[in-house]
Design a binder for this molecule. Structure first.
Ligand code: CMC
Length: 382
């Protein structure tokens, strides 16, 4: 090993490595605190909107009324897709997974942007807004296509969350449903250098482009240890028929050394503050929509987990109660992770915009443990 390499340390999984400075989200994993630009997540979930939260993440201050009105108008004017994009949606195989479809369609947005490779901050901000505004139509459009339903155009007068539910169902959602969706979007908008955000930073640090960075992030979010966990939670709740089955189910998972989806976190060793808020919200929406049994099963899982592994700091994470909330909203389970992407695009792009201001290529090393000085034997003699 070279002297230079000897001075480095190995940190598998980057558990103890700080990669860069950021002013966007602050997480105290011991106390269970999450702030976006200094604002507590609970205050934002209670009082803000997804559009305002996105503005906060992109511009690092809360907007004035006119700034918010202007920003919202810009987002809404970008909701709709080009005819070519709608055609592309209906050309996709109906049995494709929505996350594969979303990754492909987001990447395809770059094809109709003549400034896709413009590296200026202004162009990158425009591209961020373009992707954020169009993602609801990509997700809802693909869902309707795969179900053989007519596509529904966005509601240009509605907030993003409401317009999404309208495109998905073809009906104007109730105020409570639209607010539930909006809150989920706020809670998932950013979370430090999580795996998908870091992946987007690796891409943007090569001075590639924003579409590539977001496409990379979507592919990374998809994994069951990251954004794919909310779908895993719902599959688990589906497998457990009654409350009495919860305890043996969880204990069997432990016996098989399997993980319980929606529990544990790399950073939080206390209750995930997003889950605290979502739990209360999930209970209300489950009651409204006749899904009390589902909520009761979730609560029982939490009780058993707390007894078994609470002392190790394994608590529900954001995905646990968002699964109950999305299910109660009538959303198909394989759309849960695309919804996470629809929200997190605000955080991915915010971090890319921030990182580019002091860009440094992200290029870690590996500790080579393979052989040396091997003798090459030509193919004819092997
Ligand atoms: N169920 C059972 N045991 C668990 C779980 C779980 N969900 N999570 C962690 N553990 C145990 C794990 O077995 C290990 O035990 P031991 O020390 O006895 O071997 C210990 O806790 C530490 O686990 P780890 O994998 O070293 O911790 P990590 O920081 O690498 O993992 C995690 C974090 C999120 C990958 C993990 O908790 C997990 O797999 N959770 C389930 C998947 C999940 O819900 N993911 C969503 C994360 S939140 C949304 C997001 O940000 O994407």
């Amino acid at each position: 090993m070279s002297t230079e390499m000897q001075e480095m340390h190995i940190d598998i999984g980057l558990v103890n490595t700080i990669v860069a400075r950021s002013s966007l989200s602050f997480i105290d994993g011991e106390k269970g605190i999450l702030e976006y630009v200094g604002y507590d997540i609970d205050d934002l979930a209670r009082q803000s909107t997804f559009e305002e939260t996105t503005y906060l993440l992109w511009y690092c201050h809360l907007p004035s009324r006119s700034e918010l009105a202007d920003f919202t108008a810009k987002i809404r004017s970008n909701y709709d897709l080009s005819e070519a994009m709608w055609d592309m949606i209906v050309s996709l195989p109906r049995d494709a997974s929505p996350m594969h479809a979303l990754r492909t369609l987001t990447s395809a947005l770059s094809l109709e942007d003549p400034a896709a490779d413009d590296p200026s901050e202004e162009a990158n901000a425009r591209k961020s807004l373009f992707m954020l505004a169009k993602m609801p139509a990509l997700i809802a459009g693909f869902d309707r296509h795969r179900k053989g339903l007519d596509l529904v155009r966005p509601d240009l007068d509605a907030p993003l969350a409401e317009s999404f539910l309208y495109m998905l169902t073809g009906e104007k959602p109730t105020e409570r449903m639209a607010r539930a969706m909006d809150i989920c979007l706020i809670l998932h908008a950013d979370h430090g250098f999580n795996a998908s955000t870091f992946a987007s930073l690796v891409t943007i640090s090569t001075l590639s482009d924003m579409y590539s960075a977001v496409t990379t992030a979507i592919g990374t979010l998809k994994g069951p240890l990251h954004g794919g966990a909310n779908q895993g939670v719902m599959l688990m709740l589906d497998e457990i028929s009654t409350i009495d089955e919860v305890e043996p189910y969880v204990l069997q998972k432990f016996a098989n050394k399997e993980r319980i989806m929606g529990f544990g976190h790399r950073v939080y060793k206390a209750y995930d503050p997003r889950a605290t808020y979502l739990k209360t919200f999930a209970e209300g929406i489950a009651q409204d929509t006749g899904n009390n049994e589902l909520f009761a099963k979730s609560q029982r899982i939490e009780e058993v987990m707390d007894r078994e592994v609470g002392a190790k700091g394994i608590y529900p994470n954001v995905d646990f109660y968002s699964a109950t909330t999305y299910f109660s909203l009538g959303i198909d389970l394989d759309l849960f992770t695309p919804l996470f992407a629809m929200s997190r695009v605000s955080g991915w792009t915010a971090h890319c915009l921030e990182y580019l201001r002091e860009n440094r290529l992200i290029r870690p090393r590996c500790d080579y443990v393979g052989p040396h000085e091997q003798t090459y034997v030509s193919i004819s003699q092997r």
